[in-house]
Design a protein around this ligand. Structure first.
Ligand code: 5GP
Length: 197
């Protein structure tokens, strides 16, 4: 380990083995969580950060697996204590990445992936310029809209907010280091794993 205070010790975006943080972002409904679920199943060697959110769990979601579900007050405390690497408000709820586990995994040289929204990706770009930012793009806008509606888990007003956010997120594709079009989940996973290793 480098002595604390050296540039290496403070560079949390890549550990001593040269692993850098990879961020997967893209519009809501594009299939990020499906990609992440498939990665979890097929590539357990990749470490996926578990975010904190103030959103209520969807059916089938488990505290500590997809998210840590928190109250607004708990979230406020994490922000005030500087315990989040980044955080953002998205469609009426807050989401953030716990800082300590990410720093630990990078230091251990474990391939590390964050699945976060555009605002979060921009914060990571600022604080960790070496991070690799990957944009997951839908095959088309129509496809994105039908995936969001087809999920059937959100009321119309929530879908409308997510579609509005999606338009903004699609326009930001060029800020990313590379784009993967989500045509087949297995292909996206393979390409991501190749980037992570
Ligand atoms: P969902 O409610 O559909 O699970 O997630 C909504 C959005 O929040 C998605 O775009 C997802 O990528 C994003 N998100 C999930 N976790 C985080 C996080 O820790 N930070 C940020 N900035 N966005 C997140």
């Amino acid at each position: 380990m480098p002595p604390s205070g050296s540039p290496e010790a403070t560079n949390v975006s890549s550990g001593p083995t040269g692993k850098r943080l990879t961020v997967l972002s893209g519009p809501s409904g594009v299939g990020k969580s499906t990609v992440v679920a498939e990665l979890r199943r097929s590539h357990p060697e990749v470490w996926l950060s578990v975010s904190v959110t103030t959103r209520t769990p969807r059916p089938g979601e488990t505290h500590g697996v997809e998210y840590y579900f928190a109250t607004g007050e708990e979230f406020d405390r994490l922000v005030a204590a500087g315990e989040l690497l980044e955080w953002a408000e998205f469609a009426g709820n807050r989401y953030g990445t716990p800082r300590a586990p990410v720093e630990r995994k990078l230091a251990e040289g474990v391939p590390t992936l964050l699945e976060i929204d555009l605002q979060g990706a921009r914060q990571v770009r600022e604080s960790m310029p070496e991070a690799l930012l990957v944009f997951l793009a839908p095959p088309s806008w129509e496809e994105l809209e039908s995936r969001l509606r087809g999920r059937g888990t959100e009321p119309e007003d929530v879908i409308a907010r997510r579609l509005a956010a999606g338009r903004v997120e699609l326009a930001a594709e060029k800020e990313f280091d590379l784009s993967l079009v989500n045509t087949a989940v297995g292909d996206v996973c393979d390409r991501l794993v190749a980037l992570l290793k």
